[in-house]
Design a protein around this ligand. Sequence first.
Ligand code: FAD
Length: 502
Amino acid sequence: MSNIGKLRQSNNSQLASEIDSLGVRAKLRYDLEAIGLSSSDYGNIVKEIPSAVLFPTSIDDIIELIKFSNECPLPFNVAARGHGHSTRGQATAHNGVVVNMLSLKKHYKNGNGIKVSTSGNYADVGGEQLWIDVLNATLQHGLAPVSWTDYLYLTVGGTLSNAGISGQTFLYGPQISNVLEMDVITGKGDFMTCSRDKNSELFYAVLGGLGQFGIITRARIILAKAPKRVKWVRMLYSDFSLFTRDQEHLISIKGLEYLEGSVMMDYTPANNWRSSFFSPAHESQISSLLKKHGIVYCLDLAKYYDDETINSVDKEVEMLQKGSNYIPGFTFMKDQTYVDFLNRVRRGEITLKSKGLWDVPHPWLNLFIPKSCIMDFNAGVFVDIIHRQKISTGPLLVYPTTKIKWDDRMSAVIPDEDIFYCVGLLHSGSFSDSQDLDNQNNEILEFCDRAGIKMKQYLPHYKSKEEWIKHFGSKWNIFQERKAQFDPRMILSPGQKIFNAV
Ligand code: FAD
C-alpha cells in the first residue's frame, strides 16, 4: 500500500475519495527521497517518518491540507519544516504530513517573498524565507533587521517559533521582539492576520510558540539603516567573575551593538568551526595561555560604523574597552563588512561540509541561566563537568542579555531575573560518542536541579508532559488555552512532543 493509502486508512478510509479530490494531492510526495529528507534534522539524533511531504506552491495549499486534516475523524499531524535546523526532531511529523516551507520560496509571483515598505521601517517577509535572503534583499535599500541569530541559513518562521537570539539581543531584544505583524494559518486552517492590536492572542501565542498554534506565512520585521562595516573585538580572561563583570558592564552602557562570549578549553584549539577569528600566530599565543590556565573566557564585542563614523570608530572602541579587565595583551580586533560579520558562521559550515563533518549528530543543549547563578554554573558545569570530562569539542557560548527586551505575553520562556545568560553547548558528535555527550547534558541538567539553578531551556526538548509543565511554569495554563483555541485537534508541530507524546 502506498504511504498516502496508509495515511488515508490510518485516519478514515471513507475519506480516501476526498483526499483524491484535494487540489494539493499532486503536491504531496511519498517517495523515499522526500520522506527521508523530512524525517530528521540538523541534530541527526531523532528519526520520525512522515506519511507524506507537502511541497506547497501557495499558502492555499497549506490551508487546504490543514482543513482536510481537521475534517478527518482522526486527524493527521502536520509540521511546518523551515530549514530543518532543529536538533531534536521538532520539525518532524510521525505518520503525518511535513510541509516543506522552502517550496513556497520558488513560487512567489515576484520571485521573492521579501518586500521592503516604502517608509523603510519594515519588511514583509515570507515565513519560509532564510534570514540570509532577508539580509541581502533589505541591504539593497540600505536597510537591515536589527536582531539576528549567529547563523543566517535559518527560516524566519523557524526562528520566530523559538525566539532568535544573538549578540544584539541585549540591545534590541530577540527576533520575536522585532515583529510588527504576521499572517498565520492556525491549526484549524483559518488564515489570520495578527499584531499587538489585531488578533493579539494569536500574535503572542505564535511568537516563541514552538509551532504549536499556527504556521507563519508572513512576518513584518522591523528594519533600520544598515551599517557598512564592523569592528569586532575579542578580549580574553582567565577569571570568570571579571569576564562576566565586564560583559554585564558593557551591556549596561551605551555605544555597543553586539556582545557575546565563549569558553575556550586547553584540549581544543582557539578557533573552532563556528569561528576562525584568530590568526595562526595568535592561536599559538592563546594555546600557551590555555596550557597555563586550563580554561580561558573570550568576550566578543562589536561596534558598527559607516562613512560618517569611520573617523571616530576606533576612539569609540577604545572607550568601550577602557577599564576592562582582560589579560594584558590579549585583545584582538577584526575589521569586516557588516555582511561578513553577520554571515560569519557560513564559512565554517562550508568547510565542515567539504570534510563531511556537517551532517554528524549535534546533541546541543541551550540554556538561559539567571545572573545570580552564573558563578555556580561556571564552577559546576564549565569547570567541573565539561573541562573534567574533556569530551565536548563544540563551541561553548555564554553571554548575558536583558529581560526587559522580552515581552512576557509571548510564548517564549525565560528566567525570572532582570539579567540572564544565554548558554549554548553546541556539541558536534560522532555516531559513536553522541550518547556520551547526551549523558553529559543530562549531568548538567541534574547539576542545575541539585544546585537550585532556576534555568530555562532554549530550543527546549523534553520527554514528558510534566517536564513541559515545569518548563512553562506560570505560562502553562495560557499555553494550553491557546492550544485549545487555535489548534484544538492538536495537529501542529507534533515533533515538539508537548501535546503529542509519541
Ligand atoms: P525548523 O527546524 O525547520 O523548525 C523549527 C520549529 O519551528 C518546528 O517545530 C517547526 O514545525 C516550526 N516551524 C518551522 N517553520 C514554521 C513556520 N513558518 N511557522 C510556524 N512554525 C514553523 N538559534 C538562535 O536563536 N540563535 C542562533 O544563533 C542560532 N544559531 C544556530 C546555528 C546553527 C548552525 C543551527 C543549526 C541552529 C541555530 N539556531 C540558533 C537554532 C535555530 O534558530 C532553530 O533551530 C530554528 O528553529 C531553526 O530554524 P529552521 O528554519 O531550520 O526551523
